[in-house]
Design a protein. Structure first.
Length: 124
């Protein structure tokens, strides 16, 4: 997703992480080609529980201030060429774009980053 010579901060919404077959591997992979990779959500306790349960170790977690507050704080703290939020809904897109973030739907992000979506490789 990051282009050559370009610095990027990536935040993946917890709902988007839930759609991935291996959230921990996706975050680890993203940490190789971003300056910072974090996870955000509106419910900090739920977010922390999910990360612990799945063994996800992002560079930062943003959830104490809700999604809007978290994205604003991250953008102020981390200066990169791009700030990209991966989400799942039109509401998430509107939120991210309202505070100056690029938005990628999890399906598009998974294709670009070669991450599997949950259920993608399962046979019926």
């Amino acid at each position: 997703m990051a282009q050559a010579g370009e610095e990027m901060t990536l935040v993946i919404g917890v709902d988007a992480l839930r759609r991935l077959s291996d959230p921990a591997a996706a975050v680890e992979d993203a940490s190789r080609w971003t300056v910072e990779v974090g996870v955000a959500g509106n419910d900090h306790d739920e977010l922390r529980s999910f990360l612990d349960r799945e063994g996800v170790e992002p560079g930062f977690v943003s959830g104490e201030r809700g999604l809007i507050g978290g994205l604003v704080a991250v953008r102020q703290r981390i200066t990169t060429d791009r700030h990209v939020f991966v989400g799942t809904t039109d509401e998430a897109r509107a939120t991210a774009e309202a505070v100056g973030w690029e938005y990628l739907d999890v399906e598009e992000a998974s294709t670009e980053a070669d991450w599997d979506l949950a259920g993608e490789n399962e046979q019926s």
